[in-house]
Design a protein around this ligand. Sequence first.
Ligand code: CMC
Length: 392
Amino acid sequence: KQTGLTTLDQGFVNTSSTRSAITYIDGDAGILRYRGYPIEDLARNSTYLEVAWLLIYGELPTASELAEFEEKIRRHTLLHEDLKRFFSALPHTAHPMSVLSSAVSALSTYYEDSLDPHNPEMVEMSTIRLLAKLPVIAAYAHKKALGQAFLYPDNSLNFVDNFLKLNFGNLAELYEVNPVLSTALERLLILHEDHEQNASTSTVRLVGSTEANMFASISAGINALYGPLHGGANEAVLSMLAKIRDSGETVQQFVDRVKRKEDGIRLMGFGHRVYKNFDPRARLVKESADEVLADLGVKDPLLDIAKELEQVALADDYFVERKLYPNVDFYTGVIYKAMGFPPRMFTVLFAIGRLPGWIAHWREANDDPATKIGRPQQLYVGPPERRWPEGR
Ligand code: CMC
């Protein structure tokens, strides 16, 4: 029924869908805090799992709480052998984001007896299982694309090192984790852990509002993240930089084409719905890009193109007037590439980063008695009532 009372807010530019106590953003001042703690402090001092605890349970863990949490996650890293065979049914050309969302959806079939969102123990179990298994699924999606054997998790390692070994270890060789890579990856994961009501988190909350289980909701979130305007931007940035390098056109010529909106092209890794001054995550990522590449002794011309692109855009009225600045995705791809990840894995890394935020939001909504099923209104613009053609 058309009530005439609904307001149209396309893209939810001006509509709050919920109250939330998890993440605070001031887009004008470039401030991001998880549970009150500035992102800069967390990125420099904390670990992925410590921040995950903070997001999910609301406080920093004590040393013993953190140790117990890490131990529980370690205990659940194995994938059921049948689920490992699930990967063989997919083509080796499959995009790892599709593999990830499908496998997470499939996880719920293994735990059908413990999906009840109203049972706190089951919610806790699903939380641990997702945190433990998503990185393993992600690494297997990578190995599948390479045609290499899946490794078992090495639970003598910490979370990030274990993930690196699952991706880059080889059955035939001894693998040693490079601490520069693991420190940088830990920081990047922390920076991605939450970002309040972005498209994928809102998706997770919306699906969760139907009382669908956590695996189903997170799988939907992964699919929302896949798009190039959201998490897929990190992969898109790298292909944009490579195209500029290969095309022979100058950075200025490329930027001019963006300004003319030629074929609708955008400067990927630029702009943000909320940040209209700078993205605090982008600053930290840029710092890491310089550190990692210097430490690895990698000289990547794509980093030079990225820096020139940033300079040219920031000095141009088109970008200044529209308040377009580099976002978190602008420099991450260059770092992931230096670490050895193929571009198609970049958004998967974002998904692992964002998982604790998705879980925290799913649980916050699930615990809140005020939560109602998400059901937006619409403004109907179709034809009025029509007569069924006689004799048809
Ligand atoms: N390059 C060129 N022009 C742009 C860009 C860009 N990246 N982003 C926005 N604009 C222009 C847009 O054309 C419009 O211009 P005009 O007023 O002349 O029509 C104006 O800026 C406002 O754009 P909008 O589309 O209304 O802005 P939005 O808040 O709806 O979109 C965004 C936000 C992130 C989708 C957009 O900035 C974008 O497409 N960026 C590129 C993709 C990207 O990097 N995404 C990652 C976002 S950060 C990580 C994450 O959340 O996943």
